[in-house]
Design a protein around this ligand. Sequence first.
Ligand code: EPU
Length: 338
Amino acid sequence: MLDIQTNYSLKQLNTFDFDVKAKYYVAPKTEDEILEIINNEELKALPQFILGGGSNVLFTGDFDGLIIHPQIKGIEKIDEDENHVWLLAGAGVVWDVFVAYCVKNNWGGVENLSLIPGNVGAVPVQNVGAYGVDAKMVIDEVYGLYLEDGEPFCLNNAECEFGYRDSVFKNDMKGKAIITEVSFKLNKKPVYVTHYGNVEEELTRNYSKVNIQNIRKAIITIRERKLPDPAKLPNAGSFFKNPVVTLGKAEELKSKYENMPLFPVNKKEAKLAAAWLIEQCGWKGKKVGNVGVHQNQALVLVNYGGAEASELKQLSADIQKSVKEKFGVDIEPEVNFV
Ligand code: EPU
């Protein structure tokens, strides 16, 4: 029996800590419960939003519809061979619980994605990434149901059309599907990725041995040093995506700003560091009313307490405007506005 709540506060369910309400809220624990929602004509008629860990969403006001908050749990080993193990995890599993489980078993592939907030179900949507690894490197298949008719789907890695913080779930399948489970292919003989940023330096400084347990510890230390804990200072991680520009544009900027970080993407494009662009515009550490730009990472916008979503929207727009004016570059939010 579905437990549908009305006028439900989402304060605990979004890491910006906005006290908005959902007209209806349901947290299905099984695929059957999701099917019940899909097959219910009254619920179907409502605007719907699927909420994961709430760590990448900006609620701009009360939600006049149904929030579906999948709570399918469980991690199961479904296959293995000499070199790999395949795990199936429920969309409602907390991502870092999954990472910790893999690391404990010495199955490599997700250790660089330690301490990223959110649930397993959101990981393929965003193609979550950090420290030289992204989810597409480990996702095998994504399972779910179409909201229209409850038909199940299973997409393999290529069919997910993963890109930088992007996938088919943010494009063709946006608003049309609900992810129930994700399978991952992990390495029994882990390959260490330590080249990104100061991972190598952190490892050699504090750990005598490189293994996935120590990589996880080093990444956690780096993240805790730079990124504010949403439980203490509400935020949604990177607020903007790093912009991809033409090589011509990148070179033009580089000739003017020698120290500008630049990451080649392909033969035609390069990625710029949004944090750097924002910092150069003088935003880093700036507080505006109840919101601001974090002092250690200019890509992170924070709610200092009691903020209205409109304040964050305004700050976001002001930052976009100044980056555009100074560098001629558009930066797009990574966070979903609802
Ligand atoms: N930088 C600045 N100022 C800052 C912060 C960074 O100039 O305030 C410069 C750094 O010096 C560096 C460059 O910007 O040259 C990139 O910085 P960093 O390595 O910290 O990563 P990022 O590009 O800002 C991305 C992800 C993060 C992820 C880190 C580490 C996006 C939108 N963000 O940030 O993901 O943790 O790389 O891999 O791609 C998230 O998505 O919520 C998130 C935190």
